[in-house]
Write a protein that binds this ligand. Structure first.
Ligand code: PLP
Length: 330
């Protein structure tokens, strides 16, 4: 349900989300690595949302948005347009809630992703990404079915749901000096910043986005949302053209800075997570680790959190990326 602007969520919304989600989400593990700590000089705690339902944190926001709907609206179902983790997160959440879901996907989306979304019982509607507007199609379907359109990040209930990952992390680690979070449209980061502000005051919160698409960094510098052309990066969960309108005020008020990393740095981090930590992380999920490596000089002796946001990447694609980078890259 769209709400009036500006209505950014507050910490109390995150606690409400946490209670609502408790029976449904996995409390994902927090992992550490002696070799990463030795390399960076920091004590780093990785919150592994790779083990969340649907393979990414997106399930939290999707499930919270569904559960927050009034019962009658919920029963009529939900609609999303996404080719990525939000589609799978929402489809899975709808299945658990026992309501219908329609996902608008590009006709040329990876067969595996289409199959996974259908596997959760969602109806998949295709569009042509070069000639049709998915927003338009999504809105039309939502209207025709009287269903609720659930956006991937620009929604208070989605932000509140994503913030529960950071609440869990801080419950486990206690106060942190710094927290690194991937940044796409800002659902995960806005939620993380609200959680950190409340539970670990003084913790510096960093968003991390691909260097090729630093719209978030430019937006914070300019004090307003900056829109860019679709960026090209292997971090496909973070290649958005602009942060959300509900997200921006939270980022502006509660985020310390936005850092950027290159695709090569992401691949090196993917390799590290796999080889040294035995973690299968998608490129977007490698943003925080890669940024911590770059910032190591300022993090020595600090307690640092990192949200490993997801692990949905084809094995063949994973292998292609790490093998192309060669041995030395790690
Ligand atoms: C969606 C996504 C992100 C970015 O989250 P936003 O809320 O859009 O900023 C980061 N990592 C993964 C794995 C994602 O699926």
């Amino acid at each position: 349900m769209p709400r009036d602007f500006p209505a950014p969520p507050v910490f109390a919304d995150l606690m409400e989300a946490k209670a609502r989600l408790a029976p449904h989400v996995h409390r994902t593990p927090v992992m550490t690595s002696r070799s990463f700590d030795a390399e960076t000089g920091a004590r780093v705690f990785f919150k592994c949302e790779t083990f969340q339902r649907g393979g990414a944190f997106k399930f939290r926001g999707a499930m919270n948005a569904i559960l927050a709907l009034p019962e009658a609206a919920r029963a009529r179902g939900v609609v999303a347009y996404s080719s990525g983790n939000h589609a799978q997160g929402l489809a899975y959440a709808a299945k658990i809630a026992g309501i219908p879901a329609t996902i608008v996907m590009p006709r040329d989306a990876p067969a595996l992703k289409i199959a996974a979304t259908r596997g959760y019982g969602a109806e998949v509607v295709f569009y042509d990404r070069y000639s049709e507007s998915r927003e338009e199609i999504g809105r039309r379907i939502a209207e025709a079915q009287d269903a609720s359109l659930i956006p991937p990040f620009d929604h208070p209930d989605v932000i509140a749901g994503q913030g529960t990952a950071t609440i869990e992390l801080l419950e486990e680690t206690g106060p942190l000096d710094a927290l690194f979070v991937p940044l796409g449209g800002g659902g995960l980061l806005a939620g993380a910043a609200l959680a950190a502000q409340a539970l670990s005051p003084g913790c510096r919160v960093f968003g991390v986005e691909p260097a090729a698409g630093n719209d978030g960094q430019m937006s914070l510098a300019k004090g307003e949302i900056v829109e860019i052309p679709v960026p090209r990066s292997i971090a496909d969960g973070a290649i958005v053209t602009a942060v959300g309108r509900h997200n921006f005020p939270v980022l502006r008020d509660a985020v310390t800075a936005i850092e950027t990393v290159t695709d090569a740095e992401l691949v090196a981090m993917m390799r590290f997570h796999a080889e040294r930590m035995k973690l299968y992380v998608e490129p977007t999920g490698c943003l925080p680790g890669a940024a911590i490596r770059k910032q190591a000089a300022s993090l020595a002796g600090k307690r640092v959190g990192a949200i490993l946001s997801g692990g949905n990447v084809d094995l063949a694609r994973f292998a292609e990326l790490v093998l192309a980078a060669g041995e030395e890259a790690a």
